[in-house]
Design a protein around this ligand. Sequence first.
Ligand SMILES: Cc1cc2nc3c(=O)[nH]c(=O)nc-3n(C[C@H](O)[C@H](O)[C@H](O)COP(=O)(O)OP(=O)(O)OC[C@H]3O[C@@H](n4cnc5c(N)ncnc54)[C@H](O)[C@@H]3O)c2cc1C
Length: 432
Amino acid sequence: MRASRVSAGYGAKVAIAEDGRFGGTCVNVGCIPKKLFSYAAHFREDFEIARGYGWTVGEPRFDWPTLLKNKDREIARLNAVYESVLVKAGVEIHRSRATVKGPHEVEIAGRVKTAKHILVATGSWPVLPPIPGIEHAITSNEAFALERLPRRAIVVGAGYIALEFASIFQGLGVETTLTYRGKRLLRGFDAEIGTRIAEEMAAKGVAICFGCEPAAIRRKQEIEIEFTDGSLRHTDLVMFATGRRPNTAQLGLESAGVKLAADGAVMVNAYSASSVPSIHAVGDVTNRINLTPVATAEAMWLARTLFRGEPTPVDHENVPTAVFANPNVATVGLSEEKARERHGEVDIYQASFRSLKLTMTEKTERTFMKLVVDRASQRVVGAHMIGADAGEVIQGVAIAVKLGATKQQFDQTIGIHPTAAEEFVTLREPSK
Ligand SMILES: Cc1cc2nc3c(=O)[nH]c(=O)nc-3n(C[C@H](O)[C@H](O)[C@H](O)COP(=O)(O)OP(=O)(O)OC[C@H]3O[C@@H](n4cnc5c(N)ncnc54)[C@H](O)[C@@H]3O)c2cc1C
């Protein structure tokens, strides 16, 4: 969508083929409905917090069909907005699946179209492990359209989608278990973040089982999951969030000469060009950093390269990201572990505290903030947070990290009081 609109804006003649709904994964079965569900789930705690502030609220009741209906209405509105944006940009729209036939040929609904450039932006799809009974499991795709909310759910995985859905289910009143074959959540994030988010989620009532790998699923009156250690768990819904695979199956890419990686990703260079110079790829299908703003940035860099005469390589340094679990997690730059690998000596500044909002309640949630500083240059190379609105806070901090700000420059910045975010500019003594 973004590549089409921006390229058309630069004067290119553009056609797009989409066999699903406009907006792709993010709008239909990703970021947007996920965040709406996450807001819905958070109200449970908000009602409890309100009591500490003198509010009396009756017994809160939650109605899943209302949430689903309102979510679907909002997504349908966004689908229409996206389509009209393309129409206004003068993009020729084909509501059909496309396959690549050659370096300059694409087949859409039985007709072959030719183009100087072809862009593959077909995204990714959830993968399920080939264990017996896997047909009884769902993925995030189905989670957005469940007819009814289960009484119990088991979410399998430890990445951001698993944590977000575990928090969503738990917040909406579902007895939730998160199972993971490894020992720490959020692989690739700062290790302390992985450990602490598990503690926070567990304190909120998500049962977490580490070292638990499903071996078989059986559907009886309820769902029975057998784990590799022989143990059994029973549930009403099992959702796998154990990874996604680039959408390149039967797309005709290999026969057109496009090289794919072992996981099916289109292999591209820094300008998102594949092994066939006229075929480019951006977004999840390249399996670089699978986030919406990264996909749209790659699309805009490519449009600039091809149609504005400004060759622009991708820039994947210091991409901020959030996990909308409860509590939220957000991060930019290097984890402590990666920073030690890259820079050797680092200074760690951190704080853990109960946020002001919770002090008049019985909530024990702790906000956690951490800065990773390269000792030699004193540049802040990583910022990490667990706590309310962590994504909103880290987005601002990400600008400073991207610009190479030093710890001293963080210290020179006046805080906004009283906020949690001010901690990032008042961390005085290194803890490590
Ligand atoms: C549950 C979930 C939550 C997420 N939350 C976040 C978040 O909070 N923040 C964030 O930044 N990212 C999030 N993501 C990731 C984000 O959704 C993706 O990184 C982003 O959508 C990638 O964009 P894309 O354009 O590469 O692919 P997609 O958005 O997947 O778009 C690909 C499009 O191509 C179409 N298509 C595929 N094959 C063909 C074909 N042969 N012919 C025609 N059309 C075809 C598909 O129908 C689809 O519309 C989330 C993802 C999931 C699954």
